[in-house]
Design a protein around this ligand. Structure first.
Ligand SMILES: *Cc1c(COP(=O)(O)O)cnc(C)c1O
Length: 392
């Protein structure tokens, strides 16, 4: 067994990030400043989307994106039953009503047919989540959106490097939200960004992300001299700090390199778990459809397996405990949204009404997949999984 605990989702921080943070500290420019502007510019260049607002989380980006759509009470936004709670909470915070759609169990992504089934006269938009780094069926979803005149927000928290049929994540919807949380593909500790091809939406997000101060307020964070500002709305305090951007700038320089490392580990897992002599019982992530495989890219953010108790003789929760006991850190992405008591009480959602997301959430388990893993770590994960399956 391993000596040390393998922490789930540990980021790979290198000397460049450390030196850049020290530089910020030495220059005593901690808050929003030149490094945030640089990170915004470079991330928007990487994503090939012209307008960007760096914020202190993806949750803030999702919240402000919903606000930017000027939703009214009773307006409905359809999102997936298999996501992190903040996708749903951001819709509620914007004063709208979240409506859940069930998933395609093969990908855990929102099912376009379920979106159509949930459309009502009050539906204003769709918030898609590209689960684990695999993009939703955006061609079908954008057709539905066009037909019903709906806005689209892409929750790209898992999907920085993803493409779908030749187009990058964030290029389909009106707004795209990225996360730089400590376990994500580019990290700043806490952090997020909203991107768009529409200048007006990002202008609105910048105002609402900084107390509702007029656009000139952002210029306060430069050496251009004092600027007066006016408060034009009751906004929020969601701006990113230079200390965070200092990390992000150098993480972004290695985004492709780190993606290749994760993709390699992903393939090692697939090869090991699907080898003929490997004990049965795990459901592996489905490969891309043939029509996608040519020109689509999976960001390889999460390696999720389904624990089939009938096949392997052990429950998912017991599997989690056993891996933890073997010093392998694990995650669950996610318990389905309708399983949480708050949403059940507030919206009357019941798990049985979302059978596919519910079943997925009860069997899923995420194995470590970070560029920080070395060969030994990967072997340890594979051996631990094997041991559990052999002696359930
Ligand atoms: C991590 C995550 C978020 C929230 O990101 P933060 O930056 O932590 O606010 C939102 N949606 C999904 C799908 C996520 O995985």
């Amino acid at each position: 067994m391993r000596d040390s605990f393998l922490i789930f989702g540990q980021p790979l921080i290198e000397q460049a990030e450390i030196s850049e943070v020290v530089d910020s500290l030495e220059n005593a420019w901690l808050g929003t400043g030149p490094k945030v502007h640089r990170f915004e510019r470079e991330f928007s260049e990487y994503k090939q989307l012209p307008y960007a607002a760096a914020l202190n989380s993806c949750t803030a980006a999702l919240h402000l994106s919903c606000l930017a759509l000027n939703l009214e009470p009773g307006d409905e936004i359809i999102t997936t039953a298999m996501t992190f709670c903040s996708s749903v909470n951001s819709i509620i915070h914007a004063g709208a009503t979240p409506v859940l759609a069930d998933i395609d169990p093969a990908t855990a992504n929102i099912d376009p047919a379920e979106i159509e089934r949930k459309i009502t006269p009050r539906t204003r938009g769709i918030m898609v989540v590209h689960y684990a780094g695999r993009m939703c069926r955006m061609d079908e979803i954008m057709r539905i959106a066009a037909k019903h005149n709906l806005r689209v927000i892409e929750d790209c928290a898992h999907a920085i490097e993803s493409t779908y049929k030749g187009q990058g994540s964030g290029h389909f919807g009106d707004l795209a939200c990225y996360s730089f949380y400590a376990t994500k593909n580019v990290v700043t500790g806490e952090g997020g960004m909203a991107l768009s091809k529409h200048k007006s939406l990002i202008d609105r997000i910048k105002i609402m992300g900084l107390h509702g101060m007029s656009a000139d307020a952002w210029a306060r964070f430069s050496d251009a001299g004092f600027k007066h500002y006016q408060v034009v709305d009751h906004g929020f305090k969601y701006n990113m700090m230079d200390l965070q951007a200092a990390i992000g700038i150098h993480q972004l320089e290695r985004v492709e390199e780190n993606w290749k490392k994760r993709r390699r580990i992903w393939q090692q897992y697939v090869d090991a778990f699907s080898a003929p002599d490997f004990p049965a019982g795990l459901e592996l992530p489905a490969p891309l459809e043939p029509e996608e495989a040519e020109n689509s890219r999976h960001a390889c953010h999460l390696f999720t397996v389904g624990v089939d108790q009938n096949l392997c003789g052990i429950s998912r929760d017991r599997f989690l405990e056993r891996l933890t006991a073997l010093k392998i850190g694990v995650g669950v992405h996610y318990l389905a949204i309708p399983e949480h008591p708050y949403y059940q009480q507030r919206f009357g959602w019941r798990a049985e009404e979302y059978p596919k997301a519910t079943a997925y959430g009860r069997k899923t388990l995420s194995l470590p997949l970070s560029p920080k893993l070395d060969e030994r770590d990967v072997t340890d994960v594979i051996e631990a999984v094997k041991e559990i399956l052999q002696t359930p």
